[in-house]
Structures are given as structure tokens and as C-alpha cells.
Ligand binder design. Sequence first.
Ligand code: NAI
Length: 709
Amino acid sequence: MIDYTVDGDGVASITWNMTDRSMNVMNRASIAAFREAVDKAVQDKAVKGVIVASAKNDFVAGGDLVSMLEESKDPARALQNSFALQKLFRDIEKAGKPFVAAMNGTALGGGYEICLACHRRIAADNPKALIGLPEATIGLLPGAGGTQRLPRLIGVSKALPMMLEGKKVDPKAALALGMIDEIVAPADLLARAKAWILGEGQTGHVKPWDQKGFRVPEAANTPKGAQVFTAGNAMLRAKTMGNYPNAQYIMSCVYEGMLVDIDTGLKIESRYFVACTQSKEARNMIRSLFFSIGEANKLANRPKNVPTQAYTKVGILGAGMMGAGIAWAASSVGLQVVLLDSTQESADKGKAYSAGLLDKRIKSRRASEADKEKQLGLIRATTSYDDLKGCDLIIEAVFEDRAIKADVTRKAEAQLEPTAIFASNTSTLPISGLAEASSRPANFIGLHFFSPVDKMPLVEIIRGKQTSDETLARAMDFVKKIRKTPIVVNDSRGFYTSRVFATYVTEGLTLLAEGVAPAIIENAGKAAGMPVGPLALADEVSLELMHRVRTQTRKDLGDAYKADGSEPVLNLMVEKLGRMGKKAAKGFYEYPADGKKRLWTELGKHFPVKAEQPALADVIKRLVYIQSVETARCLEEKVVIDVRDADVGSIMGWGFPPFRGGTVSNIDTVGVQPFVAECDQLAQKFGARFTPPKLLRDMAAQGKTFYAA
Ligand code: NAI
């Protein structure tokens, strides 16, 4: 696990080498082995210095969350463990001989904190390596000295954003920030580390903060520090709305820790770290953002016994916004892409989208001209269905119109092998209905991408009534191939993501119809943790599009169609006032040329604000609970089968607040019984849409939860 050697010049190497894992991670066993090796090196008088290295492709990827969660069940023990780890790193720092981190690849979280404890950090010139303290992104904080050493090393104002945003940077950027000391060619890494130990290291092994008179330049009791913390706190508040206790704890660690000596600072950090591990926010984020996404990426729900499909050539019908994005995603992993549109001009425009993205990458040094040429060479922009011959998969992304979709389905299938899969990227039309145009409905499936495709990591896979297990498995293989995260749902109007996401927007419009002040609605959305308020979101989706989807739904459902409280708002905005949304620069907001959108000043004229306004907390509750209760309905109706997919889809698909863990975890966090009781109250006051489905009532009665405690 940890190799220990000493060479003839008295330089010891402690090499992380966890052969039973894909990456080195810090857990109880590896920390114990590391401790043992460190003690040996420190006690051996013949050892002049130590290289901490890795025998794997990366350095150390961070803490092992499984073991961390296990240990955090007993907070008192967790605190003792944390103190012990801090002591180990302090022993390195005060060893009286130099320690060098030889960072061959990625060093994140605890992995980078090992490097911080060393006296020098030398990184291999490896542009793929990531360096940083990303703990905040899963509700935690750097708890192995990171909050104390990084600000002491690079200054508070540079360290805070690194930790609060959990940024990961490449070695060049890390060097510029002062996070590492030098970059060398990969082949020279160990030799350079050794040379430093035997040279400058023999005198340079006392940390600045262990030298007399050391002061943190931006501590809170300096004029500059006071400024940094005041601005930082305000920014943090605006960004997190107080929803992320770990972010506040990071701030406190740095604020309090920089006013005291490092040993006291490390104790402060340990206490805040353990507090984080006990928070429901961290548990929710670790569960959904780490474990459930991990399972989805490993295709946990893929039907077994279907051989893995290797893809070489895919066809995309419609080179508009979505088709162009999907072409980018497929070509960027080396697949041949046939990008078809009704005119050559449109097809070329779709291909040009990839050229544009590649130009941006070249500018930011993430791609070369050769990469660009190679990737663009994979995309064939065409109007000819003949070119689709030999495609393993077709993804249809033409206009949202049944007749057009049926037409292109038939034309494409005529060129395909009988085994090929046909997928529709429709956002609203039920898949089973679209499959009627297909001569092989078992091979027909929904692959619902999100916009913009190059940024959005989720794909909602929709199984139609006749879709076979084999088609589902092979479609999942494609999603994995293009490095996106799949969730699997059954066919239903709006599927899962659009259906539940719509309840948030609809609730916002309903609140407006009830006379709630627009500013309260929008603030409640943001305070709930959603990326934007529901009215702003409606503008972005386009009021016109929402209106059109409703008209279609009404047509499809006939008497079964039920209008909701948002309908009069939408009708008035679109039909009478001609306010179509953001694209038209006219919606619930105005979009003046200076760029700063503001709520339309005349909204009050059309939607009079009532004298008595609800409390913000009550509005937040409505906006959040409506999404969870609709998700419970999706589970009851078997639109979603796996609760993890529901959680992952809600966070990655439409930005449901990560600290709530997703729409399902949110119910567990509130408690199923209280959630049902509160929904009943909401239903009584505001309507049957809040009525909990039988599934939830049964769970409440039996004291069940969605996830084991
Ligand atoms: P778009 O209007 O940007 O692109 C549609 C493209 O299809 C156009 O380039 C058009 O020329 C082409 N097209 C139309 N009829 C054709 C035909 N008969 N043969 C060949 N090409 C034809 O539309 P967008 O936004 O890309 O949407 C495409 C599909 O993706 C729709 O079904 C939409 O519901 C769905 N979708 C859209 C999302 C979005 O955010 N815009 C998100 C997820 C799905």
C-alpha cells in the first residue's frame, strides 16, 4: 500500500501504491501505513530527507468517503481521528528534515493536503493533472490542514475562492497561484526532488509559519484582511443564501485560524470538519453527487446479459441547437458523425458549432489545431439519407412536430441495418407514440439531452412501451461512451425531468396569479437554492413555448386535460400582452440593452399584488415541496424506478438544490411523516396538486424512508 525505501545517499522514498484500487485514497489503513513510514524516516538518523511519491498514474485522489462516512457515525471518535491526522502532518512539517511532494498527477483534497504539509511541492508537467481542495462541492471542508496551510501559503484572498468553490486547477495554474513550487518534466520528477533534498532542502525545511514573528498578511485583524473578510462574507451570503453550512465553516476556519498559531488553527479546523460530517447537507451531497452519480456512470441499472455495444458511427437528424451539440459530444470522443439537415446550409451551420467550440478550446490551450482538424474530420454535414448507411445509432433532433419526426424516422430507417437503434431527443412527445412511425419499435428509444449539450452532463433515457432491454442497454453504452450520466425513466408526458421541473415554474406563476409580489417569488426561488427564480426561468424557457406545449397537451388529452393556476397568467402574457420571454426581450422581466434584466414594471397592473403577503419561508416551502411531491407521483407511477436516478436527475437536469440531495432525498431529510402532514396542509390551502400520493402515505404509516439511515 505504501512502499518505503532509502537510497545510498540517505534519501527515503515513501511511495503511495494502493494496488487494489484505481487511485490512491486516504483511509484508515493507508493513513496508518503512511504514518508508519513517516515515523521510520523521521527516526532514522541516516535519512537526510524524504520524497513522498506515487507509483500510480495520479498522486493521491483524496479521502475515501466510504470510510469517512463510517467513522463519522461516532463524532467523538471522528474528532480524535482528525486530531491524529493533523498531528501526522505536523510531524512531517516539524520533522527537522526536508519532505518533498513529488506530484506526478492529480492531487486533490487530502492528497493535496499531504503536499501542503511537505516543505516543497514539485509537480510533473502533466496538463491532465488536477490540483485543489474540492471538498466544498460535496458539503465538506478540507479537514487535513487545508484551511490553515493554504491561506498561510498563498494568502487569504487567493485561498478562499479555491476552497469555497472547490476549484481544481492544472499544474501551470497551481504554480501561478503559488500552490506548488515548481514544474519539471515527468521523467525528471524524482531526480529533481532528490536534488532539492540534498541541496536547498537541508536548510529549507522550516515552514514560514514555524518561524519566529510569522504573521498572516491578510488575517482579519489587519486592514487588508478586514476588507477581504467583509467582502468575502457578503459574496458567500449572496451565493449560498446560507444553505451550505460547510461554506460558512470554511470561512470561519480561515477567519479564526489566521488569528492564532497553526496548532490552534488545526484544532479549530478539526472541529468544524466534524461538524460538517454530521450535517444533513453533507450527507445529502455525498450520497447524490458522489455515490449515486458514480453508480449511474457505472450503468448500475443497465440490463444484464446484453453484450456491450462498441460505437463507431452515429447519425444525427436535425443540425439545430440540439443536433449540433450532440454532434460535438459524439465527435469529441472519436465517433464518426453524420449530421443531416434539410438544407446543406443548416447542416454546415450545425458542424460550425463544433468548430467554434474547438476554437475556444485552442484559445484556452485545451486543444490544438491538429485536434480541431481531426475532430471536424469526423463530422459529415449532409442532406443525403444515403450517408446514414452503417450507423449503429440515429439520434433525431428535428423540429418538435410529430409529422416531421415520423417522416425522418421512416427515411432514416430505410438506410439502416435491422439492428441499429433509433433514438428521439424529443422533450415533450411521448416516445411510444413516436415509435409508431418506426418499423422496429423494439429498437426505438428516447435520449433526452439538455441544453447546452456540451455543458450539461445528464441524458434522460426514455423507455417506450415496446423498447427492448437490449436497446436500453445499448443506448446506455452510448451515453457512457460520450461521457455523460444516464438516468432511465419510463415513457410518460414530460418524462421525469421536464414534468417535475415544470411544477417549479408553474408554482411560481400560480403564486403570481394569487397576488404574491413578484420579488418575493423570485427571492424565494433563489433562497430555496434553485439557480434562478421561477419567473426568470419561465422567461428563459420561453413563455411562448410553454404556451404551445400546453395547447398541444390540451389537444392530446381532450376532456382529461386539467388547467392549473398558472394557465391564466400564461394566456394573458402570451395572447394578450405579447410577452413571449427572454428571446423576445419581453417577459416577466425586461431586458434593456445595458444587459441588466429587471422585473417588468407593469407586472403589478396585470397581476395586482395583495396587501397581505406570505412569509418567505412559506413560499420557499411551496416551491420545493411541489417538486418532491410530483417526484413521488413519478415513483408511484413507475415513471422513475430508481430513487437515485430521481435525485441525480433533479440536481443535474434542472439544478434542484444539491444541499437537499435531490427531490427524493429532500423528502427523507424532512422526514416522510412530517412531509406528508405538511403536504396535506398545503393541499387544503392551495389545491390538490400538493396531495401526497398513496406511496408516500403508506411509507409514512409504516415508518419507512427512501434511503436507509
Ligand atoms: P432547432 O429548431 O434549433 O433545430 C431543429 C433542426 O431540425 C433545424 O436545423 C431544422 O432545419 C432541422 N429540421 C427540421 N425539419 C427537418 C427535416 N424534415 N429533415 C431534416 N432536418 C430538419 O431545435 P432544437 O432546439 O435543436 O430542438 C430539436 C429537438 O430537440 C426538438 O424535438 C426539441 O423538443 C428537442 N429538445 C430541445 C431542447 C432545447 O433546449 N432546445 C432540449 C431537449 C430536447
